[in-house]
Design a protein around this ligand. Structure first.
Ligand code: ADP
Ligand code: MG
Ligand code: MG
Length: 889
């Protein structure tokens, strides 16, 4: 096994072995681009080190051999006193990972070689500047010294000289800084800064290995679901110097604009500087375009290289480069991050340039990016007053009056006000307020804080951790960094996509992508529609290749029509309980509490025409497409009066000696029906089986509505779905009754009706006995919300706000199992139920309803297990279409 690869030996496909940085350095080297020579220690070596606690025995010799070769090539030895070879030691895992050790530059400098470097470069200042950087970076990342100490020492030196920038420190100043730095190292670590160059290099390599397992790195991996055993590679790269004077410098660049996708010159350049100065923002950079006038030759060469890289990688690349006395060097490249809009634009631009095909274009965008483009945005042209900035925790643009507690949030929103709930941080007690608010703003906490997790779950705009805002909940106000006070009731605007917080109302513009899906904007060619045109094309590719059909969860004609505009191919879930709210609730209440058949009949008779009308409208909106109607599935308590309220009313009446027979009777019934765990109680098919006539009334309404539509020359395709079935016997009973009703309607109307009957698979027992259940079901729809609750044994309504935050922080989940399907647990049940169902009934139709149907990762899973369709809320349909296309291509 080989543990070290020269840059000339690797290539970009070896990211597992060489890490992203190493693989791309090798790729550039082989493209003939000017990369400073060097070598990469593999992730395998790191794995051995992490497992056994020491480096593989062969590693030392291999490193020596590669170092020898490097020294021969460069004509000087590492740390050589009169003319030192210097190297950087750079970490680089397969996935780029903040939280790991960064890079140590200038390894090989010592008290001796610093003077050699000065003489060679004919530049004292440069040599001492490089040396102080080495001690600083090495001290911090390898020896674990608090970086602040070095910063303070440097600030002291600047203050002593009354200058602002470290470029104003001369060689003599820097010599003093070095002395001071070495003292810090000694004091903090009890040892001298190592003078032996090879020891410096070896210690740095070991430090990179160890950085794989820091707490921060582990946490990051758990959250991002990066396996913990990949290990990191280490790159040893000969140094080139951007800090040799004005003819030197360093910069970063993109091959095209990562915000718009447009081709052009994008990047920053800093003269007389080394690596990290650009990112650290120590001095002001100049736009990359200015390099043309600073150093035309290097600029032209850079432009040429960027074109080479784009053509080669067939994608936007970002790069790091350094110019040493007019000579350009490439230090890093990778396929660059980009905004959601740019991802769509770039994908289609690359198709037009002939660099990629349509299937590849689909892989270049994601459903998450599309979802981002569908949120409304603040008007970019509006005048704004920004008062703070936090973490963009949950996207969207929200405007409302500032309130500082949940109670006020609820109260004000009830009276029709829009409010923004502002808290230092939120906790489960704030839930009501969060629901009532347009958006949530906190001054503490990160992306996994309570506020962030809950807001994302609710699809509510949230900015969290806006630390410069001082929130004072007692006095109901917050103070900005410059002392401005925002009182309760003042209007604020928060942008959950950028984290920016504004005072006053910023106008909101609808997303052009939604306007397009709604049919209010067409994929024209003028500049504003460039994004829409790109989305239009990519959606067309996706629709062409996808196998999964996409349906909507919709309960009324309005939602159904919108879903259809968004591309829905039917309704996968119509929840009939939504049709029993409002005025109709009294009928249901009476139905449940009925003592006599006559009472029951009466309520059912009142409900039938209402239900029928609902279905007629729905079938009309979805004419020609399947509509799956789920029979009533409420937790009972939602239809009964609140037990506490009712008790109080009865007690009051009693004490006042007022008549209260009705309430008393109601109270007794409520007591009788009261359940400790309503979600596991009398609901779904159980309700249909114990309340005579309920399901048959619904089936009759569906059948009559279908007959009505056929009479009107429509094409209704109703599917009747029985919820919460656990065993085939339940289904058989309901089925028999339903078939009888359908036959009656057929006879009465003389219309030939075809209605499919099927069930939800949402209980573990149903999944396990799916083979039996398929005997009585023409279709399955996996109810993955309930299935997740019952498989995990936790209630969705309670856990998200209580222990999920802790679970996410501990990395037990990377993401809530209610958001993305738990493939190993819930998913395994779905997979086996699919097989069992098909074994019994080969033409069984299989789908999924529930929030997972619109979640990108879950959609891929459903494609893979072979479902026929997914169903999701209307707004998520485009995302599901796109992801279904990506899964199939
Ligand atoms: P990161 O992954 O944080 O970008 P890098 O390993 O790329 O870390 O290095 C940090 C900075 O140091 C970058 O600006 C890089 O260009 C610069 N750098 C790294 N190696 C060298 C080198 N051999 N010569 C000059 N600059 C270097
Ligand atoms: Mg870098
Ligand atoms: Mg359910």
């Amino acid at each position: 096994q080989k543990f070290v690869y020269d840059f000339t030996e690797g290539n970009r496909d070896l990211k597992d072995l060489l890490g992203g940085k190493g693989a791309n350095l090798a790729e550039m080297t082989n493209l003939g681009l000017p990369v400073p020579p060097g070598f990469t220690i593999t992730t395998e070596a790191c794995k051995v080190y992490l497992e056994s606690g020491s480096e593989p025995v062969e590693l030392r010799d291999e490193v020596t051999a590669h170092l020898d070769a490097l020294e021969r090539q460069m004509g000087k030895k590492l740390g050589q006193a009169d003319d030192p070879l210097l190297v950087s030691v750079r970490s680089g895992a397969k996935f780029s990972m903040p939280g790991m050790m960064d890079t140590v530059l200038n390894i090989g400098l010592s008290d001796e070689s610093v003077t050699g470097l000065a003489r060679q470069a004919d530049n004292d200042r440069f040599a001492w500047d490089s040396y102080r950087r080495l001690i600083q970076m090495f001290g911090k990342t390898v020896l674990g010294v608090d970086g602040e100490l070095f910063e303070e020492a440097l600030d002291e030196a600047k203050a002593a000289k009354k200058v602002a920038s470290d470029t104003d420190l001369d060689a003599a100043d820097l010599k003093k800084v070095v002395k001071h730095f070495k003292k810090i190292v000694k004091a903090q670590t009890g040892r001298d800064f190592p003078q032996d160059p090879r020891e410096q290099m070896d210690l740095a390599i070991e430090a990179v290995f160890n950085s794989w397992n820091t707490d921060r790195a582990k946490l990051y991996r758990r959250q991002e679901r990066i396996p913990g055993d990949l290990g990191t590679a280490v790159n040893v790269c000969s140094m080139v110097f951007g800090n040799l004077g004005p003819d030197s410098g360093t910069g970063v660049a993109f091959t095209r604009d990562p915000a718009s996708g447009h081709q052009g010159v994008y990047g920053d350049y800093l003269q007389n500087a080394q690596g990290e100065d650009v990112v650290a923002g120590i001095r002001n950079t100049v736009p990359l375009a200015d390099l043309e006038s600073i150093d035309k030759k290097s600029y032209d060469q850079l432009m040429h290289i960027m074109e080479t890289l784009e053509t080669h990688y067939k994608d936007l690349c970002d790069i790091e480069f350094t110019i040493e006395r007019g000579q350009l060097w490439m230090l890093q490249t990778r396929v660059g991050k980009r905004t959601a809009g740019a991802a769509f634009r770039i994908a289609t631009q690359l198709v037009d340039q002939g660099l990629i095909d349509e299937a590849e274009a689909l892989q270049r965008v994601t459903g998450a990016q599309l979802a981002q483009l569908m949120f409304p945005k603040f008007d970019e042209n509006a005048k704004v007053e920004q008062i703070g900035r936090g973490i963009a925790a949950s996207p969207g643009a929200a405007v409302g009056k500032a309130v500082f507690d949940s109670y006020t949030a609820v109260k004000w929103s009830r009276s029709g006000e829009k409010v923004i709930l502002i808290r230092r941080e939120t906790n489960p007690d704030d839930l009501d307020g969060m629901i009532a608010a347009e958006g949530i703003l906190t001054s503490r906490g990160g992306k996994t804080s309570h506020a962030a997790v809950v807001a994302r779950g609710m699809g509510k705009t949230c900015v969290c951790g806006a630390e410069e805002l001082e929130v004072d909940t007692k006095r109901r106000r917050m103070t900005t960094a410059d002392g401005q006070v925002v009182e309760e009731g003042d209007v604020v605007s928060i942008d959950g996509s950028t984290g920016k917080v504004y005072l006053g109302e910023v106008p909101v513009v609808p997303s052009p992508v939604v306007e397009y899906f709604e049919g209010r904007m067409h994929a024209g060619a003028d500049d504003a529609d460039e994004l829409v045109a790109a989305v239009h094309r990519i959606m067309a590719y996706a629709d062409r290749v996808r196998r999964l059909r996409v349906r909507a969860n919709a309960d009324n004609a309005e939602d159904a029509s919108r879903a259809r505009r968004f591309g829905a191919q039917g309704i996968g879930l119509c929840r009939t309980e939504h049709m029993f709210l409002g005025e109709r609730r009294q009928y249901v209440e009476r139905l449940i509490l009925a003592d006599t058949d006559a009472e029951r009949e009466e309520s059912l008779k009142a409900l039938l025409p209402l239900q029928k009308q609902d279905f007629i409208e729905l079938f009309e909106a979805m004419d020609g497409l399947p509509v799956t109607v789920r029979l009533l599935d409420p937790p009972l308590h939602e239809f009964l009066p609140d037990i506490t309220e009712l008790s109080v009313r009865v007690a009051l009446a009693e004490s006042r000696k007022e008549p209260h027979e009705n309430d008393l009777r109601l109270l007794q019934a409520v007591h009788r029906l009261h359940e400790q765990n309503p979600m596991l109680g009398l609901r779904g098919v159980r309700l249909g089986l114990v309340i005579p006539g309920l399901f048959t009334m619904q089936v009759r309404a569906i059948a009559e509505a279908a007959a009505h539509r056929i009479d009107a020359k429509g094409d209704p395709r109703a599917e009747i779905m029985i919820p919460l079935v656990g065993t085939v016997q339940e289904l058989e009973i309901v089925r028999e009754e339903a078939e009888q009703v359908i036959a009656e309607v057929r006879a009465q109307t003389g219309v030939e009706l075809k209605l499919a009957l099927g069930t939800m698979i949402e209980l573990p027992r149903a999944a396990v006995t799916a083979g039996q259940i398929a005997e009585a079901a023409e279709f399955f729809s996996f109810g993955t919300n309930d299935l997740t609750q019952t498989v995990w044994g936790f209630s969705r309504d309670d856990v998200e706000a209580s222990f999920f935050t802790a679970y996410l922080e501990k990395g037990i989940f990377g993401v809530s199992p209610f958001e993305t399907i738990d493939k190993d647990g819930v998913g395994a049940l779905v997979r086996s139920a699919v097989q069992a169902g098909r074994a019994t009934r080969p033409d069984i139709k299989l789908g999924v309803c529930g929030e997972h149907g619109g979640d990108p990762e879950s959609v891929h899973f459903f494609h893979e297990v072979g479902l026929d369709y997914v169903s999701c809320s209307p707004f998520r349909i485009p995302v599901a279409r796109l992801e279904a296309g990506r899964a199939a291509s």
